[in-house]
Design a binder for this molecule. Sequence first.
Ligand SMILES: NC(=O)c1ccc[n+]([C@@H]2O[C@H](COP(=O)([O-])OP(=O)(O)OC[C@H]3O[C@@H](n4cnc5c(N)ncnc54)[C@H](O)[C@@H]3O)[C@@H](O)[C@H]2O)c1
Length: 372
Amino acid sequence: MRKRGVLNVAMIGYGFMGRAHSNAFRQANSFFDTPYALRLKAICGRNTANVQKMAAEWGWEETVGEWEAIISRPDIDVVDICTPNYLHAPIAIAAAQAGKIILCEKPLANTVAEAERMADAARGLSTLVWFNYRRVPAVRFARELVQQHRLGQVYHYRGLYLQSWGRSPGDPGAWRFKADQAGSGVMGDLLSHSLDLAVWLNGPMRKLCSQIQVFEPGRKVDDAVTVLAEFANGSMGTFEATRFAMGNQNRNSFEINGSDGSIEFNLERMNHLHYNDLREDPSLHGRREILVTGPGHPYVDRFWPPGHVIGYEHTFIATLVDFLDALSRGERFRPDFADALGVQRLLDLVSKSSQQGGWIDVPASESLSDVR
Ligand SMILES: NC(=O)c1ccc[n+]([C@@H]2O[C@H](COP(=O)([O-])OP(=O)(O)OC[C@H]3O[C@@H](n4cnc5c(N)ncnc54)[C@H](O)[C@@H]3O)[C@@H](O)[C@H]2O)c1
């Protein structure tokens, strides 16, 4: 076991992501030998009873009512932002001004201007944005196959993020349906993940064309979006993100078709990757289903023996562990605020294209073209 420094964490927000992150903070050093001990120092939320219950359940030492009261405290090293989107910018900028390590949920912000201010404020600091699907072992393995040039010339990239709860959203007044709090509907919520994965797996985009739909009368945020794209490697991209794909609960899926092979992933079967190796004898061509639980697959040797599948929560643990390793080596973690600003710019172009109608160029500076 390595000698560890201690990092005191303050987490703002304690809903769905608050639970996913609390679990990651608690589990990281159980599965991995990270350079830091994480102390769950303070959790912040406005409802005292609820936040105290959450603190007791997950082992947070202290509860705080207002985020402003915790952000610059000298005994806090890491600020983790799990709030609705409109609060990401003010909290992150205040944390950056206090020189903290900042972890922030996606989408980075509600607008490009906000995201730019966040990236500027955090320049020189260590940041993480929770695009956690990069750390699904099967997705990481897919990227290894791409980087080994096993797919040859890529023709198609197909990204889907399909959910089906848009018609009966529970509380229709919840923050995800308020434009001033969420910024957008499925664009920030779902398409942001698909775009982050697409650029990470298939490189920068040159242009895009999009259409946005609101199906529910009176709704102020988008219910569905489709995007056509052209990547710098010449491949065609298609994307669909919706909360109206009835029957799909959380189908975050991509498919890449190349001259030498194809791969396909679906989060609802997250331990599997489909691979078709066209370099083999034609009699052997076909969709091979690889169970990505080892041996030789990313992350999984630190979880369970081969064949013993992992779940959604492990993606947050793996993300955090990679971040802590990068932090200890003084290296840049990806995706950080600058990467997530790139995704925000793409979302903005998607929005502009749907308003103007037609294709829109992706400026080189906005195409996330550096090696990530
Ligand atoms: N990475 C992923 O896969 C993923 C999945 C879901 C959500 N998210 C992102 O995580 C963020 C939170 O989403 P969620 O699903 O956890 O939402 P949620 O509604 O479950 O939780 C939001 C939390 O923020 C708290 N909050 C609201 N205003 C606050 C304030 N002023 N001060 C302190 N706390 C405040 C709420 O009390 C609640 O605990 C969003 O940005 C969302 O896009 C990411």
